[in-house]
Design a protein around this ligand. Structure first.
Ligand SMILES: Cc1ncc(COP(=O)(O)O)c(C=O)c1O
Length: 552
């Protein structure tokens, strides 16, 4: 069955993707994969999957169109600090901040109080008729938080990450039209990236599983390679110290190939769920910024996951802004080697100053649906002194109750020094403890009963955003067969133990490759980290044993 599955997938890849008779194949494959991702169970053959015939063993069908018809989701009823409880009173430690959403901890009463106060005073007005005090004050505070680069700019509020990405793409296009560059409309992006689930955001995303069946519906532009040091496309031996420039050159060529039609380049400073917390090599982002500036292409930093303190800076781009190229690079795998005592040559002196910053998730820490697009003065001036109106809008943009939540979250994370807690380069912080504890997973075979270390391929990340990549063989870096769903099995075993992690597949080639994303709230303590990593080690051990018997 394994071989048959691979054959089907290979054939599917070889044929034109997404459209025609292959569409059902991809739909079934994706659902089967999603099902496994969520359940941590090996899937059935892709072609056996049929939504109209839900097996008897499945729970009664919910009125909610949930993410899977084959999984029984526990009902969450309460949250406090790093913990969540379900209706059966089972307690879970939220080691992934749900999906890298919660940064300040669950159940912070002053956030719900601020929302309730706003709702009691004014629940909603439409942005075509009114502005609100909360919008004006919060936008000013957020601009100041974003730093000097955004002085004189403006903030567009949305209800989440995908809406913010759509907004950023349209803002980039309108800017080019306003300055007389109406030929520019293409948005370049990177393979193995994720920018959201709406069609515009999907078109610039590279996450194969989440895009495949929708491809006939989206406008596609060039996707360039993304540095992924553990599996470097250039087979380098120097921890990508120099390949950053080769990846940047790929972008330069792609922009050139658009014949003057490139409007913007969008990137995640630290890759999010798709590759799992991959830290860019020295000099790469500065070179990308320099290329974009030279070629009149706007730079959009997608900090939906990495913004608002998650990596120990206000926004992750701050790690590479105004710094020499002997920059930090904390990717666990390469350790001190990669901390960059040597300098790169090109890109030196470049400054990573995006024209547009997109953020969501940690912006409200999940207390309300909220996203923001922070645009620099250059863009806002062009529209203000040009056509005078941004041609875009959502009914719920700048929703007062969401903004009250975001504003209270910003005040809370600043007054509680949570960004400092997320700085993994400072000894004693929650983030440094997390880095240290996760890196201990590399320890091979601590005793005869624990072989968990032997399936750890890479531990990487920055701040409070980390990933653990699993391999079937450490020396060749061979991944587990995709249908084994190793990451999902680890997540399921961890959940049984009361630990929540975020499993993903596809980091190697879009299909195979297993990793977990770990992004706990910044209020996590040393004891909670130690407990979590102990549970994680046991979950990995359990999955490794299952894998060994499945593959025997
Ligand atoms: C980097 C990045 N961009 C955009 C999105 C889309 O955000 P949302 O799911 O809030 O629409 C996500 C979601 O995971 C993300 O990680």
């Amino acid at each position: 069955m394994e071989k048959a599955l691979f054959r089907e997938i290979d054939q599917g890849h070889a044929l034109q993707k997404g459209g025609g008779p292959q569409a059902r194949f991809w739909l079934e494959w994706s659902i089967s994969e999603l099902d496994r991702e969520i359940r941590g169970q090996p899937g059935s053959s892709t072609l056996e999957c049929d939504n109209s015939q839900v097996p008897d063993s499945t729970p009664p069908r919910s009125a909610v169109l949930r993410r899977s018809f084959r999984k029984d989701f526990p009902a969450a009823v309460r949250g406090e600090g790093v913990y969540l409880w379900d209706a059966a009173n089972k307690k879970y430690l939220d080691f992934s901040g749900s999906a890298a959403v919660n940064f300040i901890g669950h159940g912070v009463q002053k956030i719900s109080a601020a929302m309730a106060a706003q709702a009691a005073k004014l629940e909603f007005v439409h942005t075509s008729q009114f502005t609100t005090p909360v919008a004006e004050e919060y936008a000013r505070e957020l601009l100041a938080f974003a730093g000097e680069n955004f002085r004189g700019g403006a903030v567009y509020f949305t209800s989440g990450g995908s809406e913010s990405i759509e907004t950023a793409l349209k803002l980039a296009r309108q800017y080019q039209v306003e300055i007389g560059e109406s030929r520019r409309y293409q948005i370049l992006s990177r393979q193995q990236s994720y920018h959201g689930s709406t069609l515009g955001a999907l078109s610039v995303s590279g996450n194969q599983r989440r895009r495949e069946i929708y491809l006939p519906m989206v406008r596609e532009f060039a996707h360039v390679g993304m540095p992924y040091c553990y599996r470097c496309a250039f087979d380098c031996t120097d921890s990508c110290r120099n390949c950053g420039q080769q990846y940047a050159a790929e972008l330069d060529h792609a922009i050139e190939a658009t014949n003057g039609e490139a409007a913007a380049f969008i990137f995640e400073p630290l890759s999010g769920a798709t590759l799992g917390a991959v830290v860019p090599p020295p000099g790469y982002l500065q070179s990308v910024a320099e290329i974009c500036r030279r070629r009149g292409v706007l730079l959009i930093a997608d900090e939906v996951m990495t913004g608002m303190g998650r990596t120990g800076r206000t926004f992750a781009v701050e790690h590479w802004r105004g710094q020499n190229l002997d920059e930090k690079n904390e990717s666990g795998k390469n350790g001190d080697e990669e901390n960059g005592s040597e300098k790169n040559t090109s890109g030196a002196g470049s400054n990573l100053s995006p024209d547009i910053l997109v953020t969501a998730k940690g912006l409200s820490s999940g207390y309300a649906p909220l996203g923001a697009v922070i645009a620099s003065k250059k863009l806002i001036d062009a529209i203000a002194t040009g056509s005078g109106a941004f041609l875009h809008g959502f009914t719920y943009n700048a929703h007062p109750v969401s903004l009250a939540a975001g504003r209270a979250v910003l005040q809370h994370l600043q007054s509680s020094n949570l960004i400092a807690a997320a700085d993994s380069s400072v000894a004693g912080t929650a983030a440094a403890q997390l880095k240290h504890a996760l890196e201990s997973l590399h320890d091979n075979d601590r005793n005869d009963n624990d072989r968990s270390g032997s399936v750890i391929g890479d531990v990487r990340g920055l701040g409070l955003l980390w990933a653990v990549e699993f391999v079937a063989d450490q020396s060749s870096k061979r991944p587990f067969p995709a249908e084994l769903n190793f990451a999902g099995r680890v997540a399921a075993a961890a959940m049984t133990r009361g630990l929540l992690v975020y499993p993903m597949q596809g980091c190697v080639d879009g299909t195979s490759g297993d990793h977990l994303l770990l992004a706990p709230p910044a209020v996590i303590t040393k004891e909670e980290i130690t407990w979590s990593v102990t549970q994680l080690r046991a979950a990995v051990q359990e999955a490794a044993q299952q894998a060994a018997s499945s593959l025997r």
